[in-house]
Ligand binder design. Structure first.
Ligand code: ADP
Length: 548
């Protein structure tokens, strides 16, 4: 569709060298610039540090009109604005935290200058764009003159409920395409799930006509490792040992699953071990959060201990480690959180402490969301199985798993032994577990036939030969199945169950029970055989379903 060579080729090359000081373009940058300058709507997924900003900054300086850039946070705007101002690109921001008369005057002066095309880049938050009538009439005017080169929507995943950072005001951005169909949208994000992608283009009404770019999400400088919590008497001992040796004096983030966990860990590390750290979560005041982040940016504190509320707008280049203190909620979230390490392209480490029991929090999340739509619940369950599968995996390259999950091919040879599984150098043995899988499935089916409800733990223990604590099974089933898989390790059976869940051969039922004599609620997860997959069951029976 687009004419090559482009009439702007020379300008773009020269500007990249002379204004931005870059020798070359990174993956997809040039293609995105050509597409947006051709008037195409664009959605581009580029991993953190991949150079999203250049695509709109360079397009703007080589165009004649104005580019509006929507960003969700003032801190992001300030960083980006400072960067282009330092390069001498006339730019301004319409969003400020102040609300004084003086500020209002400043803004209306800016409107005049924007109207007369004094600025190449105009930054603003979605709130400002949606709520300011004066601004909307300015945009109307510029659009009618054909002077708006494009609307850039940064961190565009905020428009989707499926993402972690959903923002209501992003939803209203759908008016841009409705009202100004001829002004191209340039949508950018570091999130890489197909589901979020589809949601974005629908919500912003560009699904019928857009160019899509996805850069590789491989981050070759990051090392991935999973540490089994069970091998430590106390996880904190191991953590402190690491912080005092390989991460001594280095900047990092520790992600916790809850606010309470953050606070407790921060207290333990600082009081008992004199490690310079502080905590960060959504319940802290805005000022307090800013302060903690600023002190960490300046290396006054070594480690920030945070929930996933600490995410967008972190622009520290020398983060040497990201540690997950508990299993994260989803694999895509995990990849994104790890992505905050090593933005300077130097080696950085991502360590995840894992215990199967960590899934309890996910179970809780699924139970409390039960009222929400069925697809939402399924989504949460699916996310749980994906991260469990990742954590339980003893052989496959972690990088390969992550990238395949995000829909990208990856040859594990390119991992360069930068993950624990590749480093272990274990031969990849594709052992066929169909027979064992059949035993698991048949056993659960038998229990079900007699209304005996079982949990994964009970299944694992019984098949390994342990005598059940309570007599919850019919004697004949017990006799038939007890110890049938006694040569398998507990973790291998668990993994088999997780795989059967992912394949939807098995299904989980989440129930809350009140612990007798108290008001404490407990979540119990029973396993059943999924009736909806007869073909899979049949394949399994015939030994045709490869289970690793
Ligand atoms: P992100 O995709 O995370 O928003 P940025 O736009 O902040 O990434 O870019 C990350 C860094 O890479 C910045 O320091 C930027 O100047 C640099 N960069 C971007 N494109 C190029 C390029 N083509 N050549 C060299 N450096 C680049």
């Amino acid at each position: 569709i687009w004419q090559r060579p482009y009439k702007w080729d020379d300008n773009v090359n020269v500007a990249n060298r002379m204004i931005f000081g870059n020798e070359a373009f990174r993956e997809n940058q040039r293609e995105i610039i050509n597409a947006t300058k051709s008037g195409k709507n664009v959605l581009a997924l580029i991993p953190t540090g991949g150079g999203k900003s250049l695509t709109f900054q360079l397009s703007a300086v080589t165009d004649t009109g104005v580019t509006f850039v929507v960003m969700p946070l003032l801190s992001l705007i300030d960083d980006n604005l400072q960067f282009v101002l330092d390069l001498g690109i006339p730019s301004c921001s319409l969003s400020t935290s102040g609300n004084s008369q003086k500020e209002d005057r400043r803004i209306s002066d800016l409107y005049k200058d924007i109207r007369s095309l004094q600025y190449k880049l105009v930054y603003l938050t979605p709130e400002r764009l949606v709520k300011s009538p004066a601004l909307l009439s300015l945009i109307d005017f510029l659009a009618s003159q054909g002077k708006i080169d494009r609307f850039v929507i940064d961190e565009v995943h905020c428009v989707s409920h499926w993402g972690q950072d959903f923002r209501k005001d992003y939803l209203h951005l759908d008016f841009l395409k409705e009202k100004y169909p001829s002004v191209p949208l340039l949508c950018l994000t570091a999130t890489a799930t197909i589901k979020v992608k589809d949601d974005i283009v629908k919500r912003l009404k560009i699904d019928r006509d857009y160019a899509f770019f996805q850069s590789s999400f491989n981050r070759p400088n990051l090392v991935y490792e999973i540490r089994d919590k069970k091998q430590f008497k106390n996880v904190n001992d191991d953590l402190v040992q690491m912080l005092r040796t390989r991460f001594r004096g280095k900047s990092g983030i520790i992600y916790c699953i809850s606010r309470k966990e953050c606070e407790k860990l921060a207290e333990t590390l600082s009081k008992n071990y004199s490690i310079k750290c502080d905590y960060y979560h959504a319940e802290l005041s805005y000022n307090r959060r800013q302060e903690v982040q600023a002190r960490w940016m300046k290396n006054e504190i070594q480690i920030i201990i945070a929930t996933i509320a600490f995410g967008m707008g972190i622009n520290k280049r020398d983060v040497r480690f990201v540690i997950h203190y508990s299993m994260p909620k989803s694999l895509e979230g995990y990849v994104q959180e790890c992505g905050r390490a090593g933005r300077d392209q130097q080696k950085a480490e991502c360590i995840l402490y894992y215990a199967y029991g960590d899934r309890k929090r996910n179970d809780f999340f699924i139970i409390t969301n039960q009222g929400s739509s069925g697809s939402r619940k399924n989504e949460n369950i699916h996310a749980l199985y994906a991260i469990l599968d990742y954590c339980e995996e003893p052989y496959l390259c972690r990088r390969k798993m992550q990238l395949n999950f995000l829909g990208e091919d990856f040859d594990e040879g390119r991992c360069n032994k930068m993950c624990d599984n590749c480093r272990k150098g274990l031969q990849v043995v594709e052992s066929d577990r169909s027979r064992e899988a059949q035993v698991v499935v048949k056993f659960i089916q038998r229990c079900q036939d007699y209304q005996n409800r079982v949990t994964a733990k009970q299944v694992t223990e019984l098949l390994r030969g342990k005598k059940p604590k309570k007599n919850f099974l019919r004697q004949d089933i017990l006799e038939e199945y007890q110890g049938r898989l006694k040569t398998m390790k507990e973790s291998d059976i668990k993994r088999l169950i997780v795989q059967l869940l992912i394949m939807r051969v098995l299904k989980e039922r989440f129930e809350t029970q009140t612990i007798r004599g108290t008001s404490v609620k407990n979540i119990i997860v029973f396993i059943t055989v999924s009736p909806s997959r007869p073909a899979l069951l049949k394949a399994l029976e015939n030994g045709k379903l490869p289970v690793l």
